[in-house]
Design a protein around this ligand. Structure first.
Ligand SMILES: NC(=O)c1ccc[n+]([C@@H]2O[C@H](COP(=O)([O-])OP(=O)(O)OC[C@H]3O[C@@H](n4cnc5c(N)ncnc54)[C@H](OP(=O)(O)O)[C@@H]3O)[C@@H](O)[C@H]2O)c1
Length: 238
């Protein structure tokens, strides 16, 4: 089959210590990519890299610390070389009435879900513009395309990711950089303070379901740009 071989490509995955990001990072590593993990929890990252062995490194970083993003990228570049693909997956959200959100929670959602994606992508662009398979995947949400009570600002951040992605995909087209949007529906993960196993198919996706779809999107031949995919569990209530 005609697909991009990920072997030895350098792929950075944010939010890679748990949930969707972890599943995807492990899948990409099995495909032979050199995978760089970014998330805050160093112990989780170390457990993953020790299990994986060669070809996977972790860098503990709080992506809302925008000053630290350049150094984080330099560190993983130092180990794995220029970045070929960037998966902006890290994101947070909560479910409660609008007036119960603290200012700090609101700020953190905007900083992580939107600003960190923009800044990290900007920092990776010089590498991406030189890669023959340059691809950015932004993990937004089905709630980035529809309203959701009790998650109003989260929904706004994911709408912002959709706008950022589709605008950037046009802007970077002349540089052959694909910028793709992946909108998962309800997924069994640690999102919003849940524990793994709290949600089950067919009412929720599994992290590996979402990872499989991301793999399909990024391994299409480079002239194929799957601009946006939304995926929901069969029985998700909307
Ligand atoms: N689960 C769902 O139902 C669902 C539905 C639609 C969209 N999504 C989106 O899918 C993406 C992945 O979420 P998930 O469901 O896999 O959630 P998750 O299990 O909670 O994983 C979130 C990941 O983000 C990392 N992270 C959180 N804050 C961070 C920070 N400040 N800096 C760096 N890393 C940070 C976490 O690691 P550390 O805590 O170690 O930093 C973790 O690796 C998110 O963008 C989310 O909005 C999820």
């Amino acid at each position: 089959m005609n697909r991009i071989d990920l072997k030895d490509l350098h792929i950075v995955v944010t939010g890679a210590s748990r949930g969707i990001g972890k599943s995807l990072a492990e899948l990409l590593h099995r495909e032979g990519a050199k995978v760089s993990l970014m998330a805050r929890n160093e112990a989780d990252l170390t457990a993953m890299t020790e299990r994986a062995g060669r070809g996977m490194i972790g860098h503990a970083v709080d992506l809302t610390d925008l000053e630290g993003l350049g150094a984080a990228l330099d560190m993983v570049r130092g180990e794995h070389g220029p970045v070929d693909m960037l998966i902006n997956n890290a994101g947070i959200g909560f479910y409660k009435p609008f007036d119960e959100y603290s200012t700090a929670e609101n700020q953190r959602m905007v900083d992580l879900n939107v600003t960190a994606i923009a800044e990290l992508t900007k920092l990776a662009l010089p590498d991406l513009k030189r890669s023959s398979v340059a691809t950015v995947v932004n993990v937004a949400s089905d709630i980035g395309r529809r309203p959701m009570p009790n998650m109003a600002l989260y929904s706004a951040t994911k709408h912002a990711v959709a706008g950022l992605t589709t605008s950037l995909s046009m802007e970077l087209q002349p540089f052959d950089v694909r910028v793709l949007l992946l909108n998962p529906g309800l997924t069994d993960s640690y999102f919003g303070g849940r524990s793994l196993g709290d949600l089950k198919p067919p009412y929720a996706l599994l992290p590996e379901d979402v990872a499989d779809i991301a793999l399909f999107m990024i391994t299409r031949p480079h002239h194929v740009s799957i601009g946006e995919v939304t995926v929901n569990p069969m029985q998700q209530k909307k």
